[in-house]
Ligand binder design. Structure first.
Ligand code: GDP
Length: 324
């Protein structure tokens, strides 16, 4: 087991912007050991007052759409504006593939080499619930370390988008033009969460198709009911290769932040997210405690078997377990 430090050593290091200590603290929040979890919570409590001052942006899109290339291009532009950027990932599939996003060391290597950028791959070998929880905690640690922009990247194919949407201020969807039926590639639910869509790879022969797709998506998004934020989702085109349209995406984010801060929605949404995470943490904690109980572990295999055979209903079996 790696060396552990005191609460003060973690907290002071993070607040001083020490990247090594930040990484070590994130390792701690990712750990499933009860002693690590306890220490992690104390560190989080210490740094929490210094968190919250970033813009949190979720970025999603199917593999190959150009997420890492885009994040690198936009990230470098943000660093040029003297911002400090952290890139986190939520990818529960990485437990199978050994890291399908951000795991590959060749991705974003220019960005990763910058002092003002911090890139952290998705924790491996955890459930979606575990990954989202530790990513949310890592986000707080990164903010306390002085990162004023946080990207949370996820693969646009499953449940993780909803989880990421629940921890960010702004949700950006990357889409490809001309990839078959334009609106089928990604689930409608993910489209509905998007505050902005950017059609990627709008360069060379693909430029015209990207512009057409932009119009199609803009029309499609108009059909969705207006979001609670009062924000109308924006569709743009961009090329991470030529750089065209990349900075514009950030202008959209800034406009959103300004508008929702003025309306009060920005702060309200963060409060709601915090409450959601409170209940989520309670639910997860209860579930873990429940399954850790000896009586439950003893009875569970028999009851599972009975439910499989149909000799007992799922609800009856659950009631028996809960009554133990
Ligand atoms: P990810 O899987 O979504 O992270 O996608 P990548 O960023 O790895 O990009 C997938 C492929 O698309 C790579 O071969 C990139 O070189 C290429 N690509 C990414 N962005 C652009 C772009 O703006 N223009 C062009 N022409 N190709 C791009």
């Amino acid at each position: 087991m790696a060396k552990r430090f005191s609460v003060d050593e973690y907290a002071d290091g993070i607040l001083a912007g020490n990247r090594v200590r930040l990484s070590q603290a994130i390792t701690l929040v990712e750990s499933t050991l009860p002693t690590d979890q306890q220490l992690a919570q104390q560190v989080l409590d210490r740094v929490l007052p210094y968190s919250g001052r970033s813009v949190r942006v979720g970025i999603t899109g199917v593999p190959g759409v150009g997420k890492s290339t885009f994040i690198e291009a936009l990230g470098l532009a943000l660093l040029a504006q003297n911002k400090r950027l952290a890139v986190l990932a939520v990818d529960p599939t990485s437990q199978r593939s050994g890291g399908s996003i951000l795991g590959d060391k060749t991705r974003m290597n220019v960005l990763a080499a910058q002092q003002q950028a911090y890139i952290r791959p998705s924790p491996a070998g955890r459930s979606l619930g575990g990954v989202t929880r530790s990513t949310r905690e890592a986000l707080i640690l990164c903010e306390a370390a002085g990162h004023d922009v946080i990207f949370v990247e996820t693969v646009g194919v499953g449940q993780s988008e909803t989880a990421v949407h629940g921890m960010v201020d702004f949700f950006l969807l990357l889409m490809l033009a001309g990839a078959g039926d334009e609106l089928q590639g990604i689930k409608k639910g993910i489209m509905e969460m998007a505050d902005a869509v950017t059609i990627t790879k709008a360069d060379g022969q693909n430029e015209l198709a990207a512009k057409l797709a932009r119009r199609e998506y803009q029309n499609a998004l108009h059909l969705f009911p207006l979001a609670q934020s009062g924000w109308n989702p924006v569709v743009t085109t961009s090329s991470a290769v030529t750089g065209a349209g990349v900075a514009e995406v950030w202008q959209v984010v800034e406009k959103y932040v300004q508008q929702t801060q003025e309306s009060g929605y920005f702060q309200r949404r963060r409060q709601e997210q915090n409450l959601h995470w409170l209940h989520e943490a309670v639910r997860q904690g209860l579930e873990e405690q429940f399954y850790a109980r000896a009586a439950v572990q003893q009875q569970l295999p028999t009851l599972r078997q009975q439910v499989l055979e149909g000799s007992k209903s799922a609800f009856g079996a659950a009631a028996e377990l809960l009554n133990l």
